[in-house]
Design a binder for this molecule. Structure first.
Ligand code: BG6
Length: 513
């Protein structure tokens, strides 16, 4: 972090963060470990209060012990690796509440005011909804009705909302309307943790701080783009939620739409939340989802199923309907109807229980216009850039070189940059560290705006509704531990293309299963 950025943080006002759902997994694995790391790195203002609120009865001390375990297990910095644990724990409190009890919110308010006095924090408040989406409305209403959304003179009240934000366009629209009864849009911070990932932000630096790629970043030079977000984990214990959501709502509406918009958007004029999000919305509005006949050729939906019972089968997971048609894998061909991208296919895929966890953006450039070396039977692989987002962050650029010796034999080689080698293994902050800090500082650049959410739902709804009407391809199956269904491979193969796993291959990682 640069000196001016550090100074901005130290000038940041004191604040309170109220986490609804504080007894849950997200707080345990992500939020509190991220806050502790921020505290250890001296990135929080001098005075702050962290108040957990949830239905499980905890005393303050029992809650602190519970969170300490979470930080030990999941923290980037562990309690005994930094001398701040005592101080951090002394700012951590718990309030037992029922989400639908207005009176409990009044009590919460009194408690918060006492804590603010005790810790000399100004009434700058962030309310974090780490709760099931079905109870967002009642919590928002109770917050609003006890005047928590009102900003006191010179202070802020912000609402941080986790994904999923709605289950389709209409429900997202209704949720926005409901939130806006109490909170203005600029008070709302919708989380997509992919935006907090360093490598996702680096995509913008890569595109807009280097002169060499941007002139090529268009339909004249790019043959196609692939975005793969592959996971090796199966659905596991999340069957109840996942069977309603499926991969389209769980991954595409949010994370994949973020990645396509950052890859394809026009440069904003400035690094500023409004301009950045304007450009993202603009490009998403130009995305043309496949319709009618194209739904069969340009979309794939599939489920993992172990034929010999040696691996997991989606329909046998706890909480999943044994006849479920919910896809755990999808692949899409999308086109972006604007001057930069007209006619360039964007292939997107994501799924669970696959061979490896790997997230890659692969940009394949067009072939050279005239093949000088073709006459000698040399097959030239086109130039390609792979942006590796996780787990091994870096870039690869593939180009041709001459094989030493007689003749003009060529071979493709890979030029690599790896974050860990350059910046060290421990250098990449967790997504939630960045997002929580930005929310405290009031920088909404890495949070989804209302219109961004709605336009991405329009794209996803068009596909899901087409599938529901029966216009889509049949559901197919893939073996857990494989690279996905054959149908997804065929979707590219008909065009003489194939899915890249360059980021995975280059790390020499082992597949699972
Ligand atoms: C979450 C999804 O938003 O993202 C999960 O609900 C998924 O199903 C997870 O596993 C993937 O995140 P990451 O950071 O591990 O790529």
């Amino acid at each position: 972090m640069s000196q001016p950025e550090l100074e901005a943080i130290h000038r940041a006002p004191s604040f309170s963060l109220i986490i609804f759902g504080a007894s849950g997994d997200l707080a345990y694995r992500k939020l509190l470990p991220a806050l502790f790391t921020l505290a250890c790195n001296d990135l929080l203002p001098e005075n702050y209060v962290l108040l957990g609120a949830a239905r499980t009865p905890y005393t303050d001390d029992a809650f602190r012990d519970h969170i300490r375990q979470g930080v030990e297990e999941f923290g980037r910095i562990k309690p005994d690796e930094c001398d701040r644990w005592q101080e951090f724990a002394s700012r951590l409190y718990y309030q037992h509440i029922q989400y639908d009890e207005r009176a409990d919110f009044q009590t919460l308010k009194q408690r918060l005011e006492e804590l603010e006095k005790a810790h000399q924090t100004a009434p700058n408040r962030l309310f974090y909804l780490a709760i099931p989406p079905s109870i967002y409305p009642v919590v928002v209403e109770n917050l609003g009705e006890v005047d928590f959304a009102q900003e006191q003179e010179g202070h802020f009240a912000r609402l941080i909302v986790e994904k999923p934000f709605g289950t389709d366009y209409n429900s997202a629209f209704a949720l926005n309307q409901h939130i806006h009864r109490y909170f203005r849009e600029d008070q709302v911070y919708r989380i997509d943790h992919y935006l907090g990932k360093e490598t996702v932000q680096n995509l913008l630096v890569f595109r807009f701080a280097n002169a060499i790629f941007e002139p090529l970043w268009n339909r004249h030079y790019i043959d196609h783009v692939q975005i793969s977000v592959l996971e090796s984990v199966a659905v596991g214990k999340r069957g109840g939620y996942y069977d309603q959501a499926g991969v389209m709502r769980d991954m595409f509406q949010n994370h994949l739409m973020q990645l396509i918009s950052l890859t394809a958007m026009e440069p904003p004029n400035e690094w500023d939340a409004t301009q950045l999000r304007d450009e993202k919305v603009k490009v998403l509005r130009a995305v043309r989802p496949p319709r009618d006949g194209a739904l069969r050729t340009n979309t794939v939906r599939a489920q993992y199923r172990s034929t010999d019972g040696s691996g997991p089968t989606y329909r046998l997971e706890p909480g999943v309907d044994p006849h479920s048609e919910t896809p755990t894998y999808a692949a899409l061909t999308l086109y972006i109807d604007n001057w930069r991208w007209k006619g360039v296919p964007f292939y997107l895929r994501s799924g669970k229980a696959l061979a490896a966890k790997t997230t890659e953006i692969y940009v394949q450039f067009k072939e050279v216009p005239h093949l000088l070396f073709e006459a000698q039977g040399v097959d030239l692989a086109p130039n390609a850039l792979s942006i590796c987002l996780q787990p091994h962050e870096g870039f690869h650029l593939r180009f041709q070189t001459k094989v030493p010796g007689a003749g003009m034999r060529t071979q493709d080689v890979d030029m690599r940059f790896n974050f860990a080698t350059t910046f060290g293994d421990k250098s990449l902050p967790e997504a939630y560290e960045r997002l929580l800090l930005d929310a405290v500082l009031g920088d909404a650049s890495l949070f989804s705006r209302e219109d961004e959410i709605l336009v991405s739902w329009q794209i996803i709804d068009a596909i899901l509704q087409g599938w529901e009407r029966g216009d889509g391809p049949p559901l197919t199956f893939y073996e857990p531990g494989s690279w996905g269904p054959i149908t997804a491979h065929n979707m590219l193969a008909v065009w003489g293309r194939s899915w890249s796993v360059d980021c995975f291959k280059s790390e020499g990682a082992k597949t699972v299963g």
